[in-house]
Design a protein around this ligand. Structure first.
Ligand code: ASP
Length: 332
C-alpha cells in the first residue's frame, strides 16, 4: 500500500502531469449553469443535450429529457461506442449496457443486451414495468420484445469490417480511448447524461456498447447503479466513462455523489474519485476513466485520468457548449 502511495505521489509529480484547461481551469471551481440544464459526456453529448433540451425547455421532466437525449447517440450510425453500430465483442456480437435513474431513486438497467437498438428505453421499462432493477442478456432482449421493441441487427457493415480487421491481431487493449492509440482509437466511450429540470429535480442516463472486442458476456460500469450512474435528488448526480472495470471496483458514481454530499463541488468530487482509482491501482494512469457530475444547484464539474476527456453543457444561455475535462495525465 505504501508503495502504491509513493508511486502515485511520484506519478503526480511526473512531467506528463497536466491540468488540462477548461472554462474553470484557473480554479478548482465547477461551472454554474442555469436551471433547467443538462450535461453529458464527450462531444456526442452536444447533439444529445439538444434532444434533452427540447424536453427541459418546455418544462418537461428530467427523466424524459435524459431518455430523449441519449437516444440520439444510440441511433447514430457514425458512433461505434453507443447503441446501434457499436463495435461488437470478440465474437462479433453487439451487446449493449444502459441504466437510468430518476428523482425518486427509482432505477432500471439492462446489461449485455443484444438486438435492441435503444437500451435506455428498455432500462426505463425495467424501472417502470417490473419489480426489478437489472435485466441481462437474452432475458433483457426477451423482455424488450414483450414490451414491443423491434428485434434488429445492430452490427453494421462498417462495424463488421472493423471487427474483421481486429481479428487479424485479436489484441484487447483498451488504452486511453480518446487518444488515438492503435486499435484503441475510439474503441470505447459512453454517453452519460445528467439533467436538472425546471422543478429542481434530477435524473440521469447512461448507455454504451461497452469495450470493443470484449469477452462475450462482459458487462461494464454503465448498467451498474452506483458505478456508471447515480442520482440522489437531495445532492446531485454523477456518471462515468472509460474503462468500466475500474469504475465498478471503486463504485465511482456513488462515490462522487457521496463526496458532493460531504460538501465537495462537482469538479472536486470527480477529481477525488479519479484520485481514488489511481491510488488503489497506480497502473490505471495508462487507461482512461472520466467522471461528470451535476449538483442540485446546477453546478457541473468533471475530471479524468487522461487529458482529452470532454463534456457538453446546455442551459438557457447556451445549448452547444463543449468543455475539455481537467485531468491528471497527458498520455505520452
Ligand atoms: N465505461 C464503458 C464500459 O466500460 C466504456 C467507456 O465509457 O469508455 O463499458
Amino acid at each position: 500500500m505504501t508503495d502504491r502511495r509513493n508511486f502515485l505521489k511520484a506519478s503526480l509529480a511526473a512531467p506528463a502531469l497536466v491540468a488540462a484547461g477548461g472554462a474553470s481551469a484557473a480554479t478548482n471551481d465547477s461551472i454554474q449553469l442555469g436551471t433547467p440544464c443538462v450535461i453529458s459526456t464527450w462531444a456526442f453529448g452536444v447533439p444529445a443535450n439538444k434532444g434533452a433540451w427540447a424536453v427541459l425547455s418546455k418544462g418537461g421532466r428530467a427523466l424524459d429529457a435524459v431518455e430523449a437525449g441519449v437516444r440520439i447517440p444510440e441511433a447514430d450510425l457514425k458512433l461505434h461506442t453507443v447503441g446501434r453500430a457499436g463495435y461488437p465483442d470478440r465474437d462479433g456480437h453487439v451487446t449493449l449496457d444502459a441504466s437510468i435513474m430518476d428523482e425518486f431513486g427509482n432505477t432500471g438497467a439492462v446489461a449485455a443486451m443484444e438486438n435492441i437498438a435503444h437500451p435506455i428505453s428498455v432500462a426505463r421499462r425495467v424501472m417502470e414495468k417490473t419489480q426489478h432493477v437489472l435485466l441481462a442478456g437474452d432475458g433483457a432482449t426477451q423482455f424488450a420484445i414483450e414490451q414491443g421493441f423491434p428485434r434488429e441487427e445492430l452490427l453494421t457493415p462498417e462495424s463488421r469490417a472493423a471487427w474483421k480487421e481486429w481479428l487479424k491481431t485479436s489484441k484487447y487493449k483498451p488504452g486511453a480511448s480518446n487518444l488515438g492509440t492503435p486499435g484503441g482509437a475510439r474503441n470505447h466511450d459512453t454517453i452519460g447524461m445528467l439533467a436538472l429540470d425546471a422543478h429542481g429535480n434530477l435524473s440521469g442516463a447512461c448507455t454504451t456498447s461497452g469495450m470493443a472486442w470484449k469477452v462475450r458476456g462482459r458487462v461494464g460500469d454503465s448498467p451498474i447503479i452506483g458505478a456508471g450512474l447515480y442520482v440522489d435528488n437531495e445532492v446531485g448526480g454523477a456518471t462515468s466513462t472509460g474503462v468500466g472495470e475500474e469504475v465498478i471496483r471503486n463504485v465511482g458514481s456513488f462515490l462522487v455523489v457521496e463526496l458532493m454530499r460531504q460538501g465537495l463541488s462537482p469538479q472536486a468530487a470527480c477529481k477525488a474519485a479519479v484520485e481514488r482509482i489511481l491510488k488503489r491501482k497506480p497502473e490505471t494512469k495508462n487507461i482512461q476513466v472520466g467522471f461528470l457530475a451535476l449538483n442540485k444547484k446546477g453546478q457541473a464539474g468533471a475530471w479524468a485520468i487522461q487529458k482529452g476527456f470532454s463534456f457538453a453543457l446546455c442551459d438557457k444561455i447556451k445549448q452547444d457548449r463543449l468543455e475539455p475535462g481537467q485531468a491528471f495525465f497527458k498520455a505520452t
